[in-house]
Design a protein around this ligand. Structure first.
Ligand SMILES: [Zn+2]
Ligand SMILES: [Zn+2]
Length: 168
């Protein structure tokens, strides 16, 4: 029986593959990618890359950074069914704020059509609005940004990293 390359759990249901390994789900692939980057990329190079992405121009509006990972939650009611989505986006604070405001508007108009959706909307609507007000340029790279950079580095050089990891 195959096992997850991150948590060593048995792979019974879904499996995700990355760089020749198999994993039980997206969470384990993420942890594996982060660990791989930490193990293989020198700390100074990693810090450089994090600073570079933190201070880069916003990929959404092309305006100046600093950038951060902004999250918003969307609840959609469809009478009997409902859908809840977490959106994550790397952007400047201004675009992060508009992402949260869009999600709040979505909840406001579409989040009430069903009991489950309404319950989520009661949580997400204020959370998105408060988050939008609180969205400020991040003076330091956040933990979320650091994670994203590590995951991207692992993805960008999956094969090279894996070869280096198997030698060490
Ligand atoms: Zn796992
Ligand atoms: Zn922007």
């Amino acid at each position: 029986m195959a096992r997850c390359d991150n948590c060593k759990g048995l792979l019974l249901i879904s499996r995700t593959s990355f760089a020749g390994g198999t994993f039980c789900g997206a969470g384990c692939v993420e942890k594996f990618k982060i660990a791989l980057t930490e193990r293989v990329v020198p700390a100074a190079a990693l810090a450089d890359e994090i600073t570079k992405i933190h201070m880069a121009a916003c990929p959404v509006c092309k305006g100046p950074g600093p950038l951060d990972v902004y999250e918003a939650n969307k609840a959609t009611g469809m009478l009997v069914a409902y859908q809840v989505k977490t959106l994550k986006r790397l952007s400047c604070a201004k675009c992060g704020r508009s992402l949260k405001l869009q999600a709040a508007a979505h909840c406001f108009f579409l989040g009430w059509w069903g009991l489950h959706a309404a319950v989520h909307t009661l949580v997400y609507l204020p959370k998105n609005l408060i988050g939008a007000v609180a969205a400020k340029p991040a003076p330091e790279p956040s933990q979320q940004l650091t994670r994203l950079v590590k995951i991207r580095l692992a993805e960008a050089s999956a094969q090279a990293l894996q070869a280096a990891a198997s030698e060490s």
